[in-house]
Design a protein around this ligand. Structure first.
Ligand SMILES: NC(=O)c1ccc[n+]([C@@H]2O[C@H](COP(=O)([O-])OP(=O)(O)OC[C@H]3O[C@@H](n4cnc5c(N)ncnc54)[C@H](O)[C@@H]3O)[C@@H](O)[C@H]2O)c1
Ligand SMILES: O=C(O)C(=O)C[C@]1(C(=O)O)C=C[C@@H](O)C=C1
Length: 307
């Protein structure tokens, strides 16, 4: 247990990320009171039952009243509506952050609604699972994972406090500018998700030809794709709609590489294939050596110690 970093923290949108933050705050004593807002009564009741919120509200405006930290944890496309609603109700001196997977679009949507005297520091924990909703969260989700903060001109002391908060949940915090964030994540997260969705879509079309063979003989590689492709449709629709430029850029590069490999296969160019796969194997090994193996679905639960 550490001393609380914020007295009152408001979670807006009570899904995987917010519920994980709530559990982590409770486990490590990072906030005195955690309030939450969800649109449905079922979700609000679950948050109280599961114990990751102390108080829940049907309106976001009520949930943020007197909060020292407000966390926007809704899909990227819902950020603007929420920011518009809470703007007039924020406490002077409070910090607003978000956990959205895209940063430039969130800044454009949220910043104009944040009054003077309130710090707005966008964020993005690089941790998740394919599950969603209030029952999917767990306290250790952020342990040993990066959390990127976008300074966005905010006061250094407010950034330092938010950094302490994320470190209290076990994350490694780094700062990055929003445009750079969106390109990096297009490479490491957004385009890989699109490829997984596509591959599972291809198999789905084939299944109509081969009936149940795809499921029956599902190999590990394909199963990994299906895990990713089971991720929340609303969240990922919003990611692609709001990180359009960067995703299309990386997708263009991906297509070029795919054509090069397709040609190597057609030409029987084994050297080209071998060299390519040798380079990609080295990348995987360097990720493991850096302690960033994100491939295991249960990484957060299975590999952390008993804390
Ligand atoms: N899932 C991941 O792997 C992951 C990782 C890092 C960041 N993120 C980002 O975190 C945010 C939340 O994702 P999540 O995985 O917790 O999703 P989730 O679907 O589990 O939770 C989002 C919740 O927001 C609610 N919601 C939607 N619109 C709302 C509105 N207008 N007002 C109030 N509530 C609303 C939904 O009902 C849902 O319960 C997204 O912006 C996402 O891009 C997700
Ligand atoms: O592990 C997973 O299921 C994830 O996809 C998590 C993941 C990722 O791509 O790494 C997904 C979206 C985020 O914004 C951050 C993390």
């Amino acid at each position: 247990m550490t001393a609380p970093i914020y007295e009152r923290v408001a979670l807006i949108g009570l899904g995987l990320i917010a519920s994980s933050m709530g559990h982590a705050m409770k486990k490590w004593g990072l906030a005195t009171t955690v309030t939450g807002h969800a649109k449905t009564e079922l979700t609000r009741t679950s948050a109280l039952e599961l114990g990751f919120c102390d108080e829940v509200f049907a309106s976001a405006a009520e949930a943020v009243r007197d909060a020292d930290l407000v966390v926007l944890a809704v899909p990227v496309g819902a950020m603007e509506g929420v920011a518009t609603e809470i703007g007039p109700h924020l406490k002077p001196g409070a910090t607003v952050t978000d956990v959205g997977s895209v940063k430039q679009a969130v800044i454009e949507a949220v910043a104009p609604n944040i009054p003077e005297g309130v710090h707005f520091i966008p964020g993005h924990p690089l941790a998740g699972t394919e599950h969603s909703g209030p029952r999917s969260g767990f306290a250790t989700l952020f342990r040993n994972r990066f959390c990127l903060l976008i300074p966005n001109g905010a006061a250094p002391e407010a950034i330092a406090r938010l950094r302490d908060y994320w470190e209290g949940m076990g994350a490694n915090v780094e700062e990055m500018d929003a445009a750079h964030h969106d390109i990096v994540l297009a490479v490491t997260s957004h385009t890989p998700h699109l490829i997984a969705y596509t591959m599972v879509g291809v198999a789905d079309h084939l299944r109509r030809v081969t009936e149940s063979e795809i499921i029956k003989y599902s190999a590990a590689g394909f199963r990994d794709f299906t895990r990713i492709a089971a991720s929340d449709p609303t969240m990922w629709r919003d990611v692609f709609l709001t990180n359009k430029e960067a995703t299309l850029d990386i997708l263009g590069r991906f297509t070029e590489e795919l054509f090069a490999l397709q040609r190597a296969i057609r030409m029987g160019d084994g050297d080209e294939l071998f060299d390519y796969f040798t380079r990609t194997r080295a990348i995987r090994r360097s990720i493991i050596e850096a302690g960033q193996d994100t491939a295991a679905p249960d990484f957060g639960r299975a590999k952390v110690d008993g804390a």
